[in-house]
Every structure is written in structure tokens, then in C-alpha cells.
Design a protein around this ligand. Structure first.
Ligand code: ASP
Length: 322
């Protein structure tokens, strides 16, 4: 019998213990647990993996602690440009939006692209117009801003205009203004993967991108095969990390391909990509993945990754550090 399961992440990076207070750690863990409960409720009620990842990512977008939706990081121009994607492992249908600035829940827009358009990826003004026409909620861009993210931008810019910083590394910089920017320790994105009781897999991702990124820049999160992938023949994957490297590695699809063509297990394939292949491309980050048997892998090559998983009927398990 299939045991439905959901795994989520809230970004990877230089999450140093020294800079996270017990209260803050508790807040992150509580948020992860509550998202897991929200997503697995969908699975427990017989909902699809697609519905579960949509709900989990929507909840992560609503939580200001994570770099997606409300609480997204700032671009170099102090604006927000959000990206999201979703993929159905049963049909390999997918949808994505990039560079959107007013859509409250980009993951819902990605899903609408998948289900209500003949296309896969919409960007910028066209994506906004499509979302509005679909009746999705749009907000003033200031809705996404938080004081903490603004301070992260200032900290990144103090180290030089060209410092493009992964979310959680930016938090570290903001806490210690004198800290030199370590280019290899930068990140934030959110993602979810699920297996439902019918044996179907799905994946969804959403992000504000990198702190101080150039306007117009798009990372791996809305690129199917790089940041997001799902196929019932292999696995569902949602990544977080330096998007440029994950695009060059075609990271999410590479895991599926290693399983399908080389016969690797989910654990072997995801470890190979995260610990062997991505580091060769300066690919700091991690991912959550689930296969058709319900095995879950959550490898990361950074100091930490906000992550968790929950099998329907069991308690949620969350972790931040190794
Ligand atoms: N992958 C995201 C991007 O490059 C950022 C992240 O996961 O931290 O936009």
C-alpha cells in the first residue's frame, strides 16, 4: 500500500547556529511543521500530490520567514521579482511564471499556466495579465517587503553593488555587518514534493530569487528540469541554491535521468548531483525529492537547509542543520 508523503524546504545556505537565537529557530521549525500539516491534510483527505504541493508552497509563500511571496528578497533596484513553477508527475504537464511583481501567490499562477493555458512559461507583464484574467489575487509590490529583507539588501550592498547573495547568507551578513561576503556560502527559495495515494508525484517551487540580483535576472526556480521536475517514472524534485549553477547542471532532471537511465536509487542519484556534480559548478544548495515508492531524500551541501517531511498519519519531522 502506498503511504502518501510530503517533503518541503524553505531554502538552504549559511545558516549559522551562532546567529540564530533559540526563539528564531523555534519560529522556523514551527512554520515548517505547520506547512507540513497543511499539505499532508490535503493528502490525507484523498487530495492529489499536485494539490498538496500547491497548498504547501502557497503556505510557504504566505510566511514572511521564507524567501517567496510575502518576505521575498529585494533586487538591486529595491524591487521584488518572483518566480515559481509546478509539475505533475503523472502527465508531466507543467507551468511556470517568472519575473512577476504583483501576483500574491506565484505558485497559483504557475498552476493556472499549466491548467488553463496552452503554454508552459509566462514572464513579467504577460504573466501578470494572465493571472489577473484568471482571477488570481494581485497586490501592491510593497506587500512582499519586510524590514528584515530591506536590511539584508543594505548589508549586501555595503559589501559592494555586485554582491548577489543567497537569502540565508544575506541574513548572516545583516547580523554581522563586518562579515566578509563569502561568495561560496550564499541562498532561499521554497519547494515541495509529494506522493499521493494513487502513486502520483508532483513538485512545486517559488522564490524571490537572490538578494541584490540584477533586475530581469531569472534563476532555476521557474525552469522546469533545473529547479523543479516530476515524473512518475522516477521522482519529484524541488531545489534551492545558486540558480545559475542549478540551471547549468539541469539539476532536478539530472536526478530523474540518473534513476531512469542508470538505475540509481533516489538517495544515490540526489547525492551524486548535490555532492559531486553541483560543487563542480559552484552549485551551493540542496533539494527535496521523493520517488514513486515514497522514499524521501533531502541532501544539501551548505551549512543548513530548512526542511521537513511528513508521512500521512505520522508526525511531521523538521530540521535545519546537518
Ligand atoms: N534558486 C534560487 C534562485 O537562484 C534561490 C535560492 O534557492 O536560494 O533564484
Amino acid at each position: 500500500m502506498i503511504q502518501p508523503v510530503l517533503a518541503i524546504h524553505g531554502g538552504a545556505g549559511a545558516i549559522t547556529r551562532a546567529q540564530i537565537t533559540p526563539e528564531k529557530q523555534q519560529a522556523y521549525e514551527d512554520a515548517l511543521r505547520s506547512v507540513l500539516r497543511g499539505g499532508t491534510r490535503v493528502l490525507a483527505e484523498g487530495g492529489s500530490a499536485l494539490d498538496a504541493v500547491t497548498e504547501a508552497v502557497r503556505l510557504l509563500e504566505e510566511c514572511p520567514l521564507f524567501n517567496a511571496g510575502h518576505g521575498s528578497v529585494f533586487t538591486r533596484d529595491e524591487t521584488h521579482e518572483l518566480d515559481a513553477a509546478i509539475m505533475d508527475g503523472r502527465t508531466r504537464a507543467c507551468g511556470a511564471v517568472a519575473n512577476v511583481t504583483t501576483i500574491r501567490n506565484p505558485v497559483l499562477a504557475a498552476r493556472a499556466v499549466m491548467e488553463r493555458s496552452p503554454h508552459v512559461l509566462f514572464v513579467a507583464a504577460g504573466a501578470e495579465a494572465f493571472a489577473r484574467a484568471q482571477g488570481l489575487e494581485c497586490v501592491d509590490p510593497s506587500f512582499f517587503s519586510t524590514p528584515a529583507r530591506r536590511e539584508q539588501l543594505r548589508a549586501a550592498q555595503r559589501t559592494g553593488q555586485e554582491s548577489i547573495v543567497l537569502d540565508h547568507d544575506a541574513a548572516r551578513l545583516a547580523a554581522d555587518r563586518k562579515a566578509p561576503l563569502d561568495e561560496s556560502r550564499k541562498m532561499g527559495t521554497v519547494g515541495a514534493v509529494a506522493l499521493d495515494r494513487d502513486g502520483n508525484l508532483a513538485s512545486a517551487t517559488s522564490t524571490g530569487g537572490l538578494t541584490n540580483k540584477w533586475p530581469g535576472r531569472v534563476g532555476d526556480t521557474p525552469i522546469v528540469g533545473a529547479g523543479c521536475y516530476a515524473s512518475n517514472a522516477s521522482c519529484a524534485v524541488a531545489t534551492t541554491g545558486k540558480g545559475e549553477s542549478f540551471i547549468r547542471a539541469v539539476a532536478a532532471y539530472d536526478i530523474a535521468a540518473l534513476m531512469e537511465y542508470a538505475g540509481l536509487s533516489l538517495e544515490e542519484a540526489s547525492h551524486k548531483v548535490v555532492f559531486e556534480k553541483l560543487p563542480l559548478l559552484d552549485g551551493a544548495g540542496g533539494l527535496v525529492a521523493v520517488d514513486a515508492q515514497g522514499h524521501v531524500a533531502m541532501p544539501f551541501n551548505t551549512e543548513g537547509m530548512y526542511r521537513g517531511s511528513q508521512v500521512v498519519g505520522q508526525a511531521p519531522e523538521v530540521a535545519i542543520y546537518r
